[in-house]
Design a protein around this ligand. Sequence first.
Ligand code: IPE
Ligand code: IPE
Ligand code: MG
Length: 251
Amino acid sequence: METEDLERFELNLREGPIPRHIGIIMDGNGRWAEARGLPRLAGHREGSNSVREVTRTARRIGVRALTLYAFSSQNWFRPPNEVAGLMDLLREYLERERAEILDNGIRLNAIGGLNRLPALVRRPLDELRAASAGNREMVLTLALSYGGREELLHAAAALARQSKDGAVKPSLSDFEALLWTHDLPAVDLIIRTSGEHRISNFLLWQIAYAELIFVETPWPEFRRRSFLECIRSYQQRERRFGLTSAQLRQA
Ligand code: IPE
Ligand code: IPE
Ligand code: MG
């Protein structure tokens, strides 16, 4: 698609409903690199360019929250050199994107077992989270050392502490207030790249009524056009939340 057509495509999409909160499982960096005879880390590096392009596009079309699965709690078990390389890329990403994040009114947020992150990541992450705390245009959440089951366990433990002194009957919203995503809107859309059809421990509670899109494109090649195509596909779906189509038409 020519650049001009891409502009038109984006403008047209902006007439339709834009998902408020999009989560992305950024998968396929390693396979992308291996297919080119490159080290896996080269795929992760190219993937960080996709992060920039997708973040810019999301911000421009009015997405309120973008949550990127960057490192899972299970990814710690990868070979030590890949883990170290990923941590270094994260540090580099935080330093390189700092100005653009601040200039564009984006709040940087992080969820996961952040205590496990090395200081070289934790320091710039905390700094940018603090510096961007007042920004309101979009919240960019990095899921780091993140696991959905771990998040649910954490919330369940918090609930158990609260209920120690008597029987409580928590509502769904009481429970959601204990999740790491408590200050984010409901997830409307989950995208996974690179052809795998699974969730891999991402946002397990939050996906209850999210639309799911799986694409073949590996993350390093997933750029503006691929992202906009996912938005179009989202706009073509009918979200019924358990109701009937007729009920939705009446509402
Ligand atoms: C996603 O790409 C990035 C992380 C999980 C950190 P992968 O590294 O999982 O790439 P594949 O799936 O092996 O190709
Ligand atoms: C999920 O991808 C985690 C991230 C994208 C950060 P994985 O590559 O780790 O998931 P599996 O191993 O294919 O399930
Ligand atoms: Mg993978």
